[in-house]
Design a protein around this ligand. Structure first.
Ligand code: PLP
Length: 281
């Protein structure tokens, strides 16, 4: 397996990062995960723009243009012969003697690697269970930062409860999953949290919005509550790795009779059409 480090493609065994890299010590960096279908990246441009935006929000300067980065990532996918899986990339603020304050004149550390991952076919077909959990994270969840402890603790709680995902909420308002966005369907309308500082504006969420608009499925970005989830006609997750995954049970209460709903299934198909358009079959 090959990886990218320092702008070069090298053997994974030869890639090293210093113990005083700020990503390692402080989580001082940003990342992206892009899905690869049929050897091609899906929505690469959107992910790379978001990466740029996340970096800007914490004053990390990425030394590549999005198109340049895209070419490097394509090179790695080809080199690793990846057909279906993910490509992960991160930029940290770089290596510097430990100090909370930003260092001067330090180059960001860039790392990228690929991993073969199957599509989550069975959970997409059958749906998954979720729990509710207090959203204890900071107030800049719009930044795709390496600081994921809040998300990790939420996911672990879900796993310990025998569930797939944790639906986070601030007060009564549902924000998002631990590594996905959450939407409900009520009377035919898809409702999801507005894209503000309290959630990551998922690329899949944006794709869902786009296909809803193109197919005259009502789509609203507005706050909804825990109660709304429990009384929703359908609930689903969206994300790069989960695509559109139905939630069929929350806190042991069945949603839409415990089976994936019609709107959710339609959205799965519409997203699949987008994947085929961009990546072929
Ligand atoms: N929210 C969080 C906290 C995430 O980590 C992710 C990443 O998968 C998402 C939402 C979904 O974003 P995307 O659709 O861009 O993968």
């Amino acid at each position: 397996e090959y990886v990218i480090i320092g702008g070069e493609i090298v053997d994974r065994g030869h890639a090293t990062v210093d113990i005083e890299d700020r990503g390692y010590q402080f989580g001082d960096g940003v990342y992206e995960v892009i899905r690869v279908y049929n050897g091609k990246m899906f929505t690469a441009r959107e992910h790379l723009i978001r990466l740029q935006e996340s970096a800007e929000k914490i004053s990390i300067q990425i030394p590549y243009q999005p198109t340049e980065l895209e070419e490097m990532l394509k090179g790695l996918i080809d080199k690793n012969n990846l057909s279906n899986g993910i490509i992960y990339m991160q930029f940290t603020r770089g290596e510097s003697p430990r100090n909370h304050a930003f260092p001067h004149n330090v180059a960001p550390t860039f790392v990228a690697y690929t991993r073969k991952v199957d599509r989550p076919v069975s959970s997409m077909q059958e749906g998954v269970k979720a729990i509710f959990i207090d959203d204890i994270r900071w107030l800049r969840c719009d930044i795709k930062s390496l600081n994921l402890l809040g998300n990790l603790l939420a996911k672990q709680k879900a796993v310990e409860a025998g569930c797939f995902e944790a639906i986070q909420h601030r007060g009564d308002i549902v924000t998002e999953g631990s590594s996905s966005n959450v939407a409900i369907v009520k009377n035919g309308t898809v409702i999801t949290h507005p894209a503000n500082n309290l959630i990551l504006n998922g690329i899949t969420r944006q794709k869902v919005k786009q296909v809803c608009e193109q197919n005259k499925i009502p789509f609203e970005e507005k706050e909804f509550t825990i109660e709304d989830v429990l009384h929703a006609d359908e609930v689903f997750l969206s994300g790069t790795t989960v695509e559109v995954t139905p939630i069929v049970e929350v806190e042991e209460k069945k949603i839409s009779g415990g089976t994936p709903g019609q709107v959710t299934k339609k959205l799965q198909q519409l997203i699949m059409d987008e994947i085929v358009k961009e990546c072929g079959t």
